[in-house]
Ligand binder design. Structure first.
Ligand code: ADP
Length: 278
């Protein structure tokens, strides 16, 4: 975890320095969640919100409303608003749209200066980015065709196990072994897990560790196609799952870093692009 500049937003609102701040908003409209980040001068996060509803839903407008409420700002007070992600073209609030790859690179490097490989696992895709020492995107690979190796796979499995995705990491920590899932296809893997449960599988934690390994194997395979350069960072909502991070470290044989704000990498990147363009 790294120290990021934080902003005493209330103090700034109440003081004359308010006028010296250019506020920008980055909106990352993903397939399953919407993330909003407000930044001051493209350097400091003032507020951030994630809503578990993405493109084509009320998620984007709810996320904007919530983040504006936290920051006590109105849309008219922003120097620039930029949207990224799968649903970026549907944003009425954003004057600028920026590609996901550009925003994820920018946001990941802001969160972890010096990151050379970024593995982003979101709701319905997984991508690996190779980043130069100067913080520029050099190459990438992406899987957005199949739910295996994505957050969706974990969501499907969590539902069968009657768990919330947020419980999966802690459950994995209790594993004493691992029950591997042999099917890569989400639909077949779902049947496999149901069959394990109906046969009275010994330890649910071992099954969860097997589910996380399945995701990690796919992500590691994608990242290896780029060539792994350290430091390696993980972003996207799945980076909140410590079980996947551990499994990924095991598969790649390197330390995988993350950050509590790693799900916001795209939104942070968009807010920085907004600042650069205002
Ligand atoms: P999108 O592709 O919509 O941008 P995200 O990057 O926000 O998606 O990732 C969504 C995924 O993150 C979900 O499918 C879920 O697996 C995972 N996730 C979200 N919140 C949590 C949490 N609190 N703990 C663990 N995993 C989470």
């Amino acid at each position: 975890m790294w120290a990021q500049p934080t902003l005493d937003f209330k103090r700034i609102r109440e003081s004359s320095v308010m006028n010296e701040h250019a506020f920008t908003m980055g909106i990352d409209i993903g397939s399953s969640t919407t993330k909003c980040a407000i930044m001051a001068n493209g350097a400091t996060i003032a507020a951030q919100v994630v809503v578990p509803a993405g493109a084509g839903t009320s998620g984007p407008s709810r996320a904007i409303e919530e983040v504006l409420g936290i920051a006590s700002l109105k849309l008219g007070e922003f120097a620039m608003i930029a949207a990224t992600g799968y649903g970026r073209n549907s944003s009425k609030e954003a004057a600028l749209t920026v590609s996901e790859l550009s925003c994820h690179t920018k946001g990941a490097v802001w969160l972890f200066p010096g990151a050379r490989t970024v593995i982003d696992i979101g709701g319905q895709d997984c991508k690996a980015l190779s980043i130069s020492a100067e913080g520029q995107l050099v190459n990438f690979v992406m899987n957005d065709k199949c739910a295996a190796g994505t957050g969706r796979f974990i969501e499907v499995m969590a539902r069968i196990l009657e768990m919330d995705v947020s419980e999966m990491g802690a459950t994995d920590e209790k594993a004493t072994g691992r029950i591997d899932i042999s099917s890569t296809c989400t639909v077949f893997a779902e049947s496999e897990v149901i069959s394990q449960l109906s046969q009275g599988v010994g330890n649910i934690s071992d099954l969860v560790a097997g589910i996380h390994r399945s995701v990690a194997v796919r992500a590691a395979g994608l990242a290896r196609r780029l060539g792994i350069e350290e430091p390696v960072m993980m972003t996207g909502g799945v980076s909140l799952n410590s079980g996947v991070i551990r499994a990924l470290e095991h598969e790649l044989g390197v330390k995988v870093r993350t950050d509590p704000l790693a799900q916001y990498a795209g939104a942070i990147g968009a807010a920085i692009y907004a600042y650069d363009n205002c």
